[in-house]
Design a protein around this ligand. Structure first.
Ligand code: SF4
Length: 121
């Protein structure tokens, strides 16, 4: 069973990206970077924000979610980094590097595929 943690931008989550629903729908439908779980048991374990600019607390926050879920014996097995970080964050290289260095599980760049190409066309 894969236990998926999504990491996103604190300034965008549930604000620019309302309810973080695109990530959740993408996971539920196994689309975008979640298509790798198509024929597998996989659960979404959380959607964690980066901790705010410049992402200095991301490693601490990863450690915190491990402790937070320990009583339920829920352990993250995959980390996905959202497009709110990958496409927009000026600190993304440092954040992604830190997550990959410290997560201890596979880190996948990307989540849902529902980025709008245009607004009025
Ligand atoms: S560090 Fe990047 S991902 Fe985090 S709040 Fe700032 S812009 Fe968003």
């Amino acid at each position: 069973m894969e236990k998926v943690l999504i990491v996103g931008c604190r300034k965008a989550m549930d604000d620019v990206c309302i309810a973080c629903s695109r990530c959740m729908v993408g996971f539920n439908r196994r689309e975008g970077e979640f298509s790798r779980y198509k024929d597998m048991d996989a659960e979404l374990i959380g959607i964690l924000n980066c901790g705010d600019c410049p992402g200095a607390t991301i490693v601490t926050r990863l450690a915190q979610i491990k402790l937070w879920n320990k009583p339920m014996e829920e352990n993250v097995t995959k980390v996905h980094i959202g497009p709110c970080i990958l496409d927009h964050c000026p600190y993304k290289e440092a954040i992604v590097k830190k997550i990959k260095a410290k997560a201890g599980v596979e880190v996948i760049e990307g989540t849902h595929p529902y980025i709008p190409e245009n607004i009025f066309a």
